[in-house]
Design a protein around this ligand. Structure first.
Ligand SMILES: Cc1ncc(C[n+]2csc(CCOP(=O)(O)OP(=O)(O)O)c2C)c(N)n1
Ligand code: SF4
Ligand SMILES: [Mg+2]
Length: 287
């Protein structure tokens, strides 16, 4: 049996005391333990930002790369080693702004990975500039007269581009979020969870602003109804739904399977390294 202690990291935590990111960290650890996954069976991938520090605070395989370039690395890891549970932890800026292109095209590719977006509607690490999900007219430290652009609707974008698992969680509801992550991580295909994570230092809304609006999708809600899911994905105002907004369990082609079948015959990790001589010849050819 896997114990939560197995995931404990010795790294000093740099998040602000009381940041809801701690809730996401606890929920993710709990989900992995509930799934019986050992740290060596998991790989976290992140870019730059407060959210992207997550892999430092949880002991398992990880890759911490460039801002906005999280998904391509995760997809490569999953293609090379499909048995590894690959989870992307990213921010709203990292994923929907700098990495927006990768978000769009990896929904279309359908890799077998889980994408967790800490959506605090702000660039937290760089101290409070507007992100793609900051609401129009919200005042930030940089946009002090109010944001001019309408916010991106990432859940609707995911649905319209064929994402088979679309969910929204809340960092302040440990049990609900942990259950959501269990479902997302066990899903076969690209599973996407946007997690509302108030930034208590730079965010444009208080924790109570979110708390008053968030509600759980009721038992009778049917997450297989795409039209209804589209409506729910756009619901952001007086009420904000959390839960599995859409899931389609029909088997879909996985990008990793396609890639290995058509480009490489087998698992890349089993092919081993090409001899040094071949690499040297290859480099010579392109000199
Ligand atoms: C290519 C590039 N552009 C900009 C930056 C500066 N930068 C670092 S983190 C960050 C914003 C992170 O915001 P988000 O992804 O929402 O994460 P948060 O800190 O809010 O969790 C920016 C703009 C960078 N490191 N690299
Ligand atoms: S700046 Fe905001 S998101 Fe970053 S650690 Fe502090 S409260 Fe959390
Ligand atoms: Mg952010």
């Amino acid at each position: 049996m896997v114990k939560i202690e197995a995931y404990r990291s010795d790294a000093e935590n740099q998040w602000c005391p009381g940041c809801p990111n701690f809730g996401i960290l606890a929920a993710l650890k709990n989900a992995l333990v509930n799934l019986g996954k050992k740290p060596e069976e998991v790989c976290l991938v992140s870019g730059i930002g407060q959210a992207a520090k997550m892999p430092h605070y949880l002991k398992c395989n990880f890759f911490n790369g460039l801002h906005g370039r999280t998904l391509p690395v995760a997809v490569a890891i999953n293609v090379v080693n499909p048995e590894l549970i690959t989870i992307v932890v990213t921010g709203d800026g990292d994923c929907y702004g700098e990495g927006g292109n990768h978000f769009l095209h990896n929904i279309r590719r359908n890799p077998n990975i889980t994408l967790i977006v800490h959506n605090n509607q702000i660039y937290g690490l760089t101290k409070g500039q507007a992100s793609p999900t900051t609401e129009a007219e919200d005042k930030t430290r940089l946009q002090f007269e109010g944001v001019e652009l309408e916010p991106l609707q990432p859940l609707a974008i995911a649905l319209l581009h064929g994402c088979s698992f679309v969910a929204r969680g809340y960092a302040g509801d440990f049990k609900h979020l942990s259950n959501l992550l269990v479902e997302a991580i066990s899903f076969k295909g690209f599973s996407y969870v946007d997690v509302i994570q108030p930034c208590i230092s730079w965010g444009t809304h208080s924790v109570s602003w979110y708390r008053e609006k968030i509600y759980k999708l009721p038992q009778e809600y049917n997450p297989r109804d795409k039209e209804e899911a589209l409506k729910k994905s756009a619901e952001w105002g007086d009420r904000i739904p959390i839960g599995i907004i859409y899931r389609d369990d029909k088997p879909h082609r996985l990008f990793g399977d396609y890639f290995r079948k058509n480009i490489f015959d087998g698992k890349l990790t089993e092919l081993g390294c090409p001899p040094q001589r071949l690499i040297a010849e290859m480099i010579e050819r392109y000199r």
